[in-house]
Design a binder for this molecule. Structure first.
Ligand SMILES: [Fe+2]
Ligand SMILES: [Fe+2]
Length: 264
């Protein structure tokens, strides 16, 4: 962002300010709630994931693409942090980033906790499973498109970044719930305590992080939204993010079902 762009920002505040108008808050909340009927959450991938255990190749396709996508989250949040001038919004994004980075503890960094879960389940499905590096050949174009375009949304400006983060956080809680429901199909493969131990990836999100992130995202959007055109810009970015997410899951579903067609 150039010096001029920064100086023209409507939301530039000299010091952190708690007393700003949140008059768009209820419309932002209404918008956020539309996520529950969107294909980003209601899609064929989740239906398949919760319906039965995956084979090794199916799990590999899902896990490499999912890990690759989740891996980009801290970068996306960091880009949003630069794009949004409002101090209080930056503070909220920093809380979010801190959660993703395990509050400073390497063992608790979310991608590390996710990696533990993927490796654990992978080995249950196939004892020779290894996940030491991302297999680039497994990464779908729809996954790459999601990462590149959602980062652009966060780079474009404060309102676009807010809309993208709102979508990210509001789909996130339900996404984790759906993935956990599918993981329960594998419970018979685990000792009782071991199952709950590797469920840490789900519990850390369902327990606290994602609920807070949802509320923080609404407040952040409301703080940055001061007019009808602001709301539309934010809303367009929200919709685009969800569209890209629906394509991401469709891409994985297609790569799995395509394989089934070819092998029958
Ligand atoms: Fe996370
Ligand atoms: Fe989150």
């Amino acid at each position: 962002m150039s010096y001029n762009d920064n100086s023209q920002s409507k939301n530039l505040s000299f010091i952190p300010n708690d007393n700003v108008s949140l008059r768009y808050e209820s419309r932002i909340r209404e918008l956020a709630n539309t996520v529950f009927i969107h294909q980003a959450l209601k899609n064929s991938f989740y239906e398949l994931w919760v319906s039965r255990p995956f084979t090794e190749i199916e799990f590999r396709k899902f896990s490499h693409n999912y890990f690759y996508r989740v891996h980009a989250t801290t970068r996306r949040l960091s880009v949003a942090l630069v794009s949004i001038d409002d101090w209080n919004s930056k503070i909220q994004l920093l809380h979010n980033l801190s959660d993703e980075l395990g509050a400073g503890f390497s063992e608790n960094v979310h991608v590390r906790v996710l990696h533990r879960w993927i490796n654990s389940l992978g080995r249950k499905i196939d004892s020779s499973w290894r996940f030491d590096a991302i297999d680039e050949s497994m990464i779908l174009d729809t996954t790459k498109e999601f990462i590149a375009e959602t980062e652009s949304l966060c780079q474009k400006g404060a309102l676009s970044a807010c809309g993208a983060i709102l979508a990210q956080e509001w789909h996130g809680y339900t996404q984790i719930g759906l993935l956990y429901e599918g993981f329960r199909n594998y419970k018979p493969l685990y000792e009782f305590d071991d199952f709950h131990d590797v469920s840490e990836y789900f519990y850390v999100h369902l327990g606290r992080a994602e609920k807070e992130h949802k509320e923080q995202a609404v407040t952040m959007c409301a703080r940055n939204c001061n007019s009808e055109s602001d709301f539309l810009e934010m809303s367009d970015s929200f919709q685009r993010y969800l569209q890209l997410l629906a394509k991401f899951w469709d891409g994985i579903h297609l790569s799995i079902t395509d394989n089934q067609v070819r092998s029958t």
